[in-house]
Design a protein around this ligand. Structure first.
Ligand code: ADP
Length: 614
């Protein structure tokens, strides 16, 4: 960890030092080059001036062949330290040139040649008396430049030292320390201390990096917590599932299994299973051909769904299980994940069901026979009850008619006093009530015994309705009730129906209307609903403005012997009228319905479809 950090510092410092060195070197090089150039130019200028002086100075002595003067002049020239050599050639003199040369080697010598011209008189033409060669050494220039270079080198060294020291210090303070601090925190995060942060000291790039690192660390902690919670949930699901869950490698070697599966295999804990064997095939003692078949199907389809399988536990017990599994691709090779559920009980129930289904028909036939026997017995019982009732009612009627006949005669006897008349009236009323009760019971019994046969006859509908109204008119008038008959204009005048039964029904409904109303009106209406093809559907309606019926009582209305209201008991009656009427209307192919509200009157309706008579 420290290696790369040091290296970064070294590299940064070296980079900065290199840049500074290059800069200082370039400046130094330029500076010394320039200096050398300037010094050389100055030397050249001095050399030219010396050559000019020599040309002029040597002309006289050479003309005059004044050797001593020439020698003096040569010494004078050589006194100039920068002069390396001087050489004179006298024109026309066939002798060795006169020269002076220093012993020391010239440094990058500069040579200039010049003519020596003599003018004897101002008017005379100048005459060339000789030539000269002046050699200058650049030793002093080189020394000056070398000194400058040394100076530049020392500046370079000083600058480098300063740059290296400053940059090392700055990099250490600004980069190395915060980065290594961040590195230490990162190390702690990597070791599992998620959520560890470090304070942000400066607002620079490192500060931003630290902030981002802190938020990453906190985010990591949050994600790890979420992950842990979810893992716990899945672990609990896995461990507490009632189904057996397992994971194994592609060769069928168990990697993990939950407690339910261990228990299904006859062990208490998953570890015990794995201690015993890792092979699912061996643990469940699946037959090799069956196992191969499953493996091939799984490899081909990547999925097995609810495959029933017979397994044998280590105690030899056999159980039916249902296997669902799928192949999970994984970098380390495919894995198999699956579930086993114990279906032994279901299987037994299914077998039981199949057995029952096989015997169901027999059972149904058996039960049907029993039921039809019971039905026949019940019907026989019902019929004998009805027969008994019919016979008894008939037997009651004969003496009752005698009682009624004699009480009628007694009522007409003028010798009876008021008290006796009252008692005779009571006998008459009681006898009438008993007779109507017996008539109703007889009717009911006849209907229930199936002995009522409808007599279809051509009848005048309007006349029938009027007769029914007339029968209750007297009672209605006594109670000052309006009795209204509404006959639709398009009502066919003659139809075929059982007039006696129809009249009985209408009479019952009308007399109830009158009985249970104290004011207002009782209305009978009849209208065709549709007509055609020689038939007509008639709607009969009996409404009143009487006491009405509670909603709860409406349901029991058509049951025999039901007197739904308290007033009904007071007003007399048997509680059989509506029940008989409903049975009769049903026999005629209709159904009585009722609409009523307590205190708002009642409306009884039924529809019958009958042939129109000619
Ligand atoms: P009942 O001989 O008592 O009139 P029903 O079978 O004709 O026997 O009627 C049964 C009961 O239905 C009556 O006791 C009465 O409580 C109720 N009921 C029938 N018709 C009416 C009506 N038009 N208004 C109010 N209550 C009625």
């Amino acid at each position: 960890m420290t290696g790369p950090t040091t290296s970064l510092q070294t590299r940064l410092t070296a980079g900065i030092a290199l840049a500074a060195a290059l800069l200082v070197t370039a400046v130094g090089w330029y500076w010394t080059e320039r200096e050398e150039q300037e010094l050389t130019q100055a030397l050249q200028r001095r050399q030219a001036r010396m050559a000019e002086l020599a040309a002029r100075g040597f002309a006289g002595p050479i003309w005059n062949l004044d050797t001593a003067a020439v020698t003096n002049l040569l010494d004078a020239v050589m006194a100039e330290p920068e002069v390396h050599a001087i050489e004179l050639n006298a024109v026309g003199v066939d002798a060795e040139p006169t020269r002076r040369v220093r012993e020391r080697e010239a440094v990058r010598p500069l040579t200039v040649e010049f003519d020596i011209v003599h003018q004897a008189a101002p008017q005379a033409a100048p005459a060339k008396v000789g030539t000269g060669r002046l050699v200058y050494t650049r030793q002093y220039v080189a020394e000056a430049v070398a000194q400058s270079r040394r100076f530049v080198a020392s500046i370079l060294a000083a600058v480098l030292l300063a740059v290296i020291a400053t940059s090392a210090l700055l990099i250490r303070r600004l980069v190395k320390l915060p980065v290594s601090q961040l590195g230490a925190v990162a190390q702690r995060v990597a070791e599992g201390e998620l959520g560890t942060t470090t304070p942000v000291v400066r607002r620079d790039e490192i500060g931003v990096l630290t902030e981002q690192f802190n938020s990453m660390s906190r985010q990591l902690q949050r994600s790890a917590e979420v992950l842990r919670a979810s893992e716990e949930r899945y672990r609990s699901l896995f461990e507490n599932a009632t189904m057996g869950i397992f994971q194994c490698d592609a060769r069928g070697r168990l990697l993990r299994l939950n407690r339910s599966l261990a228990q299904m295999l006859g062990y208490a804990r998953p570890e015990q299973v794995l201690d015993h064997s890792h092979s699912l095939r061996r643990l469940a003692r699946i037959e090799p051909p069956e196992y191969r078949r499953l493996a091939t199907a799984l490899l081909r389809h990547k999925l097995l769904t609810q495959v029933p399988l017979l397994i044998t536990l280590h105690d030899g017990q056999q159980r039916w299980v249902e296997l669902s599994a799928h192949l999970v691709p994984d970098a380390a090779g495919p894995r198999i994940e699956g579930m086993l559920s114990d279906i032994s009980e279901r299987r037994a129930a299914e077998q039981e069901l199949t057995r029952h289904r096989d015997h169901l028909e027999e059972l149904v036939a058996e039960r049907t026979a029993e039921l039809s026997q019971a039905k026949l017995r019940a019907e026989a019982a019902s019929q004998s009850k009805s027969r008994f009732l019919a016979t008894m009612s008939h037997e009651f009627r004969t003496p009752l008619n005698a009682i009624l006949g004699f009480s009628q005669l007694l009522q007409m006897d003028a010798s009876l006093n008021a008290s006796q008349i009252g008692k005779v009236n009571l006998i008459r009323d009681s006898g009438d009530h008993l007779l109507s009760l017996i008539t109703d019971v007889l009717d009911m019994a006849s209907i229930e015994a199936g002995r009522v046969r409808l007599q279809s006859e051509a009848l005048d509908l309007r006349a029938l309705l009027e007769v029914a109204c007339d029968a209750v008119r007297l009672r209605a008038d006594e109670k000052q009730l309006r009795l209204q008959l509404d006959v639709h204009a398009e009502l066919p005048s003659r139809v075929r129906a059982d007039g006696q039964r129809l009249r009985q029904v209408l009479l019952n409904l009308l007399s109830n209307g009158v009985k249970f109303s104290d004011a207002g009106e009782v209305r009978l209406s009849c209208a065709p609903v549709w007509q055609g093809d020689g038939r007509v559907r008639l709607r009969f309606e009996v409404s009143d403005t009487g006491i009405g019926i509670e909603p709860a009582q409406l349901e029991r209305l058509f049951q025999p012997f039901e007197q739904v209201s308290e007033d009904a008991r007071r007003l007399g009656g048997t509680g059989l009228g509506l029940s008989i009427s409903q049975q009769l209307v049903r026999l005629m192919g209709g159904q009585i319905t009722v609409q009523s509200e307590r205190g708002q009157g009642s409306r009884f309706c039924f529809e019958l479809e009958v042939p129109v008579a000619a």
